[in-house]
Design a protein around this ligand. Sequence first.
Ligand SMILES: [Zn+2]
Length: 417
Amino acid sequence: MQIKTILNRVQKFKSFVYGAVKLVEGTSVPTLEVELQPRLNSRPICSGCGHKRSGYDRSPERSFEFIPMWGHKVFFRYAPRRVDCPSCGVRVERMPWVSGKHRLTEAYVWFLSGWAKRLSWKEVAEAFRTTWDHVFCSVDRAVSWGREHQDLSDVEAIGIDEIQWQRGHRYLTLVYQIDSNCKRLLWIGKKRKVKTLLGFFRWFGQQRTKELRYICSDMWKPYLKVIKKKAGQAIHILDRFHIMTHLSKAIDEVRAGEAKELKEKGYEPVLTRSRWLLLKRPENLTENQETRLSELLQYNLRSIRSYLLKEEFQLFWQYVSPYWAGKFLDKWCTKTMRSKIEPMKKVAKMLRRHRPLLLNWFRAKKRFSSGIVEGFNTKAKLTTRKAYGFRTYKAAEIALYHALGALPVPITTHEFF
Ligand SMILES: [Zn+2]
């Protein structure tokens, strides 16, 4: 059997045929070259308008990189014809294995981008003896194609989240679809300003925005403002994940302050290395941590009282009726305000301010568990962290869409992957 036979099985062209296959001498990586020729009597297609035209001349031979095979790099060699097109002028012909002026074949692009979903870009480059830039370019093209071809109908629920990226307080705003039958990243914007989220709604379009029924977000003012203005018809839910994050941050602040204070006053450093004891849910603690926590609970420390307040707040989510959940919330806030623990009081004040939105979670019948946004948040952080090759915003953006966008791929790519 010849290599040509295999090629014809994986990628057969209507108007082109595979010619000779030869080993190239003197390359550092073993390399195969496959000649391509137009089928006899076939007329070239103009790359401008897509019509069959008569030939004009032939440009010099070019090579196009195809999927490597058995440790060999594979290149197609072809001298493109130029057409004399009445509407476009003299143009190079359309070649079905490549798009535009690229040097990587479409098949190779989808092959690399497919692997880039399973491995880091660096690993893909190493595994297939190609460059990081080629992998980047492939993922970029896969993402552009996918975003052009994605179906945005029937989006009823979205979640808005932000992640920090790079060092310092630089944020990205991420918008997810969180419907039960479809969960994916829809959009990414720089920063977390009013302008950022307005950008999402502009991209999403008025008609689709009108069809939104639920929006989950954090209590971040710019978000609240834009959501109210742009999608007032949707039930706006402050989700559990973000609220519990605020409480955890408050505890962290209390603990750090108190630990420092104890040290300065020369007391036993009971709070040292207690961070996770206070942040983890009790059911997730190890046996050893459990013992340490029960010891800690004997002290009348602000950290401990904050911890107990947070644990008590978990009960809030157990309610079914918004009315009783509201009663619980009021009581909890009063109690917390009396605690005299500043960071906790700050959270209580914030919760009070957003009481109606908080209770919307019960009105939406708890349809949106904290797991969805939280899961995406973890994956998004992982993607940007794994990507410290991504110094530019563009690369981070592409990586996130690729990993979380559930983007479609052309049907033919399954033959290679
Ligand atoms: Zn044309």
